[in-house]
Design a protein around this ligand. Structure first.
Ligand code: 5RP
Length: 230
């Protein structure tokens, strides 16, 4: 089974958790897109849900495929969010933001009663951090913010390159109009301490550590089928 098929399998099992009438947070990324495609088929068959997308990209796909959408302003409380992840640890701590949507993804997940992660088994790790941590920052004061990030990281014994994410030779700009710093710290033993320290930096808008937000992960692995990790 190739990587795309694994994503589809995880999305298919996650879809079983979607019930008629649900207010649904809809994630961003290639795995979440497979979920949207399957969801759209169910909607065409009569499933009634209202979706709140976590990015303009997801909104466009939902609109194209006929998945009804709302906003978090109109629908501020959600039943379930289904989203992908870049890394998943045994406590269901996540790194997210590889697709650049971490701020809206976190706001939507936090507004949801439950968050279900969909992934292939390559995303499972013992300790978060091999995947560079995306940190969404305000463009103003970028140099000072980088120094502050390096300092709080060093206080926790972490170091590594802090790179502004680029796309087509230009800085990547998020849906919220911010930049992303990808921080290659390597293993992050104390994710909570790093999360709190990053939140205390004024130029940091949000970061990609999702701690205590996911309730379960639906994980597809070649040769082993799909399992739900809680
Ligand atoms: C986007 C995300 C994605 O969920 C994450 O990057 C995983 O993406 P994919 O399913 O393409 O591997 O956090 O901001």
């Amino acid at each position: 089974m190739d990587a795309k098929q694994l994503k589809i399998e995880a999305a298919r099992v996650a879809l079983e958790h979607v019930e008629d009438g649900m207010r649904l947070g809809i994630g961003t990324g290639s795995t979440a897109e497979e979920f949207v495609r399957l969801l759209a088929v169910k909607v065409a068959d009569g499933l009634s849900i209202i979706g709140v997308p976590t990015s303009e990209r997801t909104a466009a796909l939902c609109t194209e495929l006929g998945v009804p959408l709302s906003t978090l302003e109109e629908t501020p409380e959600l039943d379930l969010t289904i989203d992908g992840a870049d890394e998943i640890d045994p406590q269901l701590g996540l790194i997210k933001g590889g697709g650049g949507a971490l701020l809206r993804e976190k706001i939507v997940a936090a507004a949801s009663e439950k968050m279900l992660v969909i992934a292939d088994a390559s995303k499972l790790v013992d300790t978060l951090g091999k995947f560079p941590l995306p940190i969404e920052v305000n463009e103003f004061g970028l140099g000072a913010t980088k120094i502050a990030i390096a300092k709080v990281a060093a206080d926790l014994g972490l170091e590594g390159p802090l790179e502004i994410r680029m796309t087509n030779g230009k800085p990547f700009v998020t849906d919220g109009g911010h930049l992303i710093i990808d921080a290659s710290f390597g293993r992050i033993p104390d994710t909570r301490a790093l999360s709190d320290a990053l939140h205390a930096i004024p130029g940091v808008v949000e970061h990609g550590l999702f701690l205590g937000l996911a309730d379960a992960a639906v994980v597809a692995e070649a040769g082993h089928g799909v399992r739900t990790v809680r």
